[in-house]
Design a protein around this ligand. Structure first.
Ligand code: 13P
Ligand code: SF4
Length: 353
């Protein structure tokens, strides 16, 4: 069998640097045999033609992460070759934050977006936290600044601030407590007050308001992935696919959630499918998640109106390998805000929900 071409420049660079004993990035017949079990796991969602480009990276990353004493935390939106072949821990934002607080690795490689890496760094100030691409941002995080929160606090004196983890450390520092989509209602109710500022996701705030008597004052941030779904397309889907179960993330607009059979965080959605095993399911969220769940739920057919998160998709195998070789890009948080931001995250993590 011919050797297929995959980039070797990184391998050469790493050797020149003399930092690590780098495996080659060629897809040789030996490598194909060695990596067969890994491919088998994801073969239902990754076409055979793509695997030769992934396999050498999977091998190299798994080797280097041991040498670096690194743990790879991957969000549910990572592509299957990341999620199933190199991740040590997978989950939603809350699970990844909790895992970050318990990890004893020296290095954390965050396969997700920047606010997730910042959360990991806040919970592990003494560890090296790497994000493979600095452009892995988030439209919700970009929708609000620390100055915006300070202005809101002046307009609503004494009203506590609950902030979604999808925010910068600067915003978290202005916050009483953080929440994720899986614990937002419990966090709001834990404060024992009649009203809260809930920032920055307007649609998550509206969803929380339907689940509690606490008055919710919202901001105007939106997720560019979830705001694009429409109730019309979901109704059309039900008509075309009789018996389909529609499972939605609470970052979707209220009219979309009204069409869903279940609403929950990304892990909540996954657990619902694993428990209920519908014949057909539509995950109203980022596209890769359906692939990742499909690997573990044979017999469930996933119908995919595909909305990709351009930020999550910045994280690729070559960038993860770069990140381990060059120890880039290290997350650094301004010490002037770190303690206050950490307190808001820790208050959430320590909450018994
Ligand atoms: P989860 O906490 O549900 O994983 O959500 C994170 C996210 O960014 C969804 O768009
Ligand atoms: Fe942010 Fe939306 Fe992407 Fe999640 S899916 S990281 S909320 S832009």
């Amino acid at each position: 069998m011919a050797t297929l071409n995959t980039p070797t420049s990184l391998s050469d660079a790493a050797k020149k640097l003399g930092v690590l004993d780098m495996p080659e990035l060629d897809y040789t017949p030996e490598l194909a045999r060695e990596m067969e079990p890994a491919y088998k796991r994801i073969s239902s969602v990754v076409p055979p033609i793509e695997w030769p480009a992934f396999a050498p990276y999977v091998k190299a990353i798994n080797k280097l992460k041991k040498e670096r004493n690194a743990v790879i935390l991957a969000h549910n939106y990572m592509t299957p070759e990341i999620f199933h072949c190199i991740a040590d821990v997978v989950g939603d934002s809350l699970q990844l934050a909790k895992e970050a607080s318990e990890s004893d690795a020296e290095v954390i490689v965050q396969c997700g977006v920047h606010f997730m890496a910042e959360t990991s760094k806040l919970l592990n100030p003494e560890k090296t936290v790497l994000i493979p691409d600095l452009k892995a941002g988030c439209s919700l995080s970009d929708s609000i600044t620390g100055a915006d929160v300070r202005a809101l606090k002046e307009s609503y004196p004494g009203v506590p601030v609950v902030t979604y983890v999808n925010t910068s450390a600067e915003v978290k520092a202005e916050t009483d407590i953080c929440c994720t989509s899986s614990n937002a209602v419990q966090v709001v109710e834990s404060l024992g007050v009649p009203r809260v500022l809930f920032l920055p996701d307007e649609y998550l705030a509206k969803y929380v308001a339907t689940q509690t008597d606490v008055e919710i004052i919202a901001w105007k941030g939106h997720c560019i992935v979830h705001e694009r779904f429409t109730p019309e397309e979901l109704r059309q889907m039900r008509e075309n696919e009789p018996g389909i179960k529609i499972i939605a993330h609470p970052e979707c607009p209220p009219a979309v959630l009204a069409e869903a059979d279940f609403t929950g965080s990304t892990s909540g959605m996954i657990n619902w499918v694993k428990t209920n095993r519908p014949k057909k399911a539509l995950m109203v969220t980022e596209c890769s998640m359906s692939d990742n769940v499909a690997v573990e739920t044979p017999g469930v057919e996933f119908i995919r109106p595909c909305n990709l998160c351009p930020y999550m998709k910045k994280i690729t195998l070559p960038r993860i390998l770069d990140s381990l070789v060059y120890m880039q890009h290290e997350v650094v948080i301004d010490p002037k805000i770190a303690d206050r931001a950490r307190a808001a995250v820790e208050r959430m993590v320590n909450l018994k929900t």
